[in-house]
Design a protein around this ligand. Sequence first.
Ligand code: ZN
Length: 314
Amino acid sequence: MTGTIEVQTERHPAPYGSPEELRAALLDAGLLVATRTDGVYHRSGEFEGVLQAVERYAADQREDATAPRRWFPPVMAREDFLRTDYLRSFPDLVGSLDVFSGGDKEHRALLAELEDGGDWTTHLTPAEVVLSSSICHSLYGTLPTDVPAAGLLTECCGFAFRHEPSLDPARMQSFRMYEFVLVGTPDQAVAHRDAWLRRGRDSLAALGLPVRVEAANDPFFGRVGRMLAANQLTAELKYEVVLDVTDARPTAISSANYHEDHFGLPFGLTTPDGGVAHSSCFGYGLERITLGLFATHGLAVSAWPDEVRSTLSC
Ligand code: ZN
């Protein structure tokens, strides 16, 4: 497709031996606070301060100052979620929400179930919203369906939920990303993805992070999923900016995705020539970049190199 993305596979020495070792160091330093649930953390003031600096830094990388910016809530319309087809490809990662919509009688039944230690969730019904699985999923259903000739560029930020309990602090169940999303022609979408991959990589390297670009695929579910993942690699749809945080597999701290017509088709987005719009996005993983900064430069911001602190204004 592009053939011009410089992919590197050579690893750098990692500051931590294992994800468990990194997790213990972050908890000891009080940067993260563990909860009853693996992969769900409270962030300290210092951690959140750096994360917000990273978010501002990511937003400052914009080239087009006229692109609208949107901050999304952690939930999105169930109907839009179904259109993204995420349920088909990643059923194991989905977070669906239930609500109580009964009256007094149903409430009494729920309380009785609760008293008996039974399954009270059977008294709930699916809500009209679900947890967002990817930031840009919230966007497509709200865009004008007639995409202008120049394409539609939108910046968006928000939470994503993935149900994958893990002791690797880089694999949180709930995390934020800052994304640059382009909807337009196939050429515009690919050009956006490729330009952002380089700009994103360089902006992360400027934070003193020894990053590199790798070709990647999503963790599609099941047997059919393994085929989809192989196709995604062959078609060069996904790249990641990775960092060696531990000796385990490299940590993707940003990703660049060309979606082809995956969202344009179900959301009815069309280009002026009558074609189905294609889309692409580049996302800065805010928690993972923050983790990478602490792992690389040390667990106290006060001891970080001056250039990094001044670049981030933190
Ligand atoms: Zn996206």
